[in-house]
Design a protein around this ligand. Structure first.
Ligand SMILES: [Zn+2]
Length: 55
């Protein structure tokens, strides 16, 4: 019996808040003016948002 082979490693992207690497398919992105930010999940997104709220 053989385990099904894993597909080749997905592309990993570091979360800009906690620096955890997440597969590109699961990343949350926020498009900024000149670049795209990546988050591992809503928690980090909310954290970043609260730190970057212009106000
Ligand atoms: Zn994160």
């Amino acid at each position: 019996m053989r385990e099904p082979e894993q597909p080749s490693d997905p592309e990993m992207i570091p979360c800009i808040v906690c620096f955890k690497e997440i597969p590109v398919s699961e990343v949350l992105s926020e498009e900024a003016v000149d670049y795209v930010l990546h988050f591992c999940g809503l928690e980090c997104y909310a954290k970043w948002k609260s730190q970057n709220d212009a106000g």
